[in-house]
Design a protein around this ligand. Structure first.
Ligand code: SF4
Length: 252
């Protein structure tokens, strides 16, 4: 059942007032980009991973209209729910510049977010489609498109500086639920919080109490990739069960 939340206008005004006090984390940008993308050191010009920077250069040559840069997080600045995916997809976030937007991986995610009241629209097509997240933010463990969707352990570690900063702010501002989509995201969250992997094993549907923030919890789901959904490793019912638990916990 869909949940009733604050009106988008109320949420928007609330966000803008709060973002005015986080300037140390923001670079010069438009009001819109402040609202929707950046509250940690800006990743857009990062080229710390040589292999990924070189790959993006070749993608830009091949697809001049693509975003083909690191992809910033999207959503509210102070959400209750932070969703962590793996990395931008070639023709999705890497093309549109918004996480899980414009390709198959976003279909089930945004449908579910809309059903549970976290999104104003059930489909995420393009960065300018007016979709807004409500009480939610989406980011990735690795901000740059990796060849074959496979970042190396070193790249995951290198990019963890950004996720760690996002998690820190999330925990400090009453964030309640981190949803990790897949094992890599799960491990990146633990790395960002400096927690031991062996104490928090990944399993679809698992819920872990974390010693960070005020009652912060980590929820695990299989990644909503085309492969996982088409092979039924992850069904709509399984994914919705995870969101049902999250909603029950953050809106008791
Ligand atoms: S993956 Fe992360 S650390 Fe590596 S270049 Fe991209 S933004 Fe920078």
């Amino acid at each position: 059942m869909a949940h009733v939340r604050k009106s988008p206008e109320v949420m928007q005004s609330h966000i803008f007032n709060e973002t005015t006090i986080i300037n140390e984390f923001t670079s010069p940008m438009t009001k819109d980009s402040v609202l929707h993308s950046c509250r940690v050191p800006d990743v857009l010009d990062c080229q710390q991973c040589q292999r990924l920077a070189g790959f993006l250069q070749s993608v830009r040559t091949q697809h001049p209209s693509y975003h083909a840069r690191p992809v910033s997080a999207f959503g509210e600045n102070w959400p209750k729910l932070l969703i962590v995916g793996l990395a931008p997809g070639m023709h999705g976030a890497n093309r549109t510049g918004r996480p899980f937007t414009g390709d198959y991986a976003g279909i089930l995610l945004y449908q579910t977010l809309h059903k549970f009241g976290f999104s104003t629209q059930p489909e995420s097509i393009a960065a300018d489609d007016d979709l807004r997240l409500i009480g939610c933010r989406i980011t990735n463990a690795v901000k740059c498109l990796p060849p074959e969707n496979k970042p190396t352990p070193q790249e995951i570690k290198q990019c963890n500086q950004y996720l760690a900063a996002e998690l820190k702010l999330f925990a400090e501002h009453d964030g309640a639920a981190v949803l990790a989509l897949g094992t890599v995201a799960h491990q990146a969250v633990l790395m960002g919080l400096q927690l031991k992997m062996k104490n928090y094993p990944f399993a679809h549907g698992a819920v872990h109490d974390l010693p960070a923030g005020d009652g912060l919890r980590l929820y695990d789901s299989y990644h909503c990739s085309r492969y996982n959904t088409q092979t039924k490793r992850l069904t709509t019912a399984m994914f919705e069960q995870v969101f049902t638990r999250i909603i029950a916990d953050i809106e008791p």
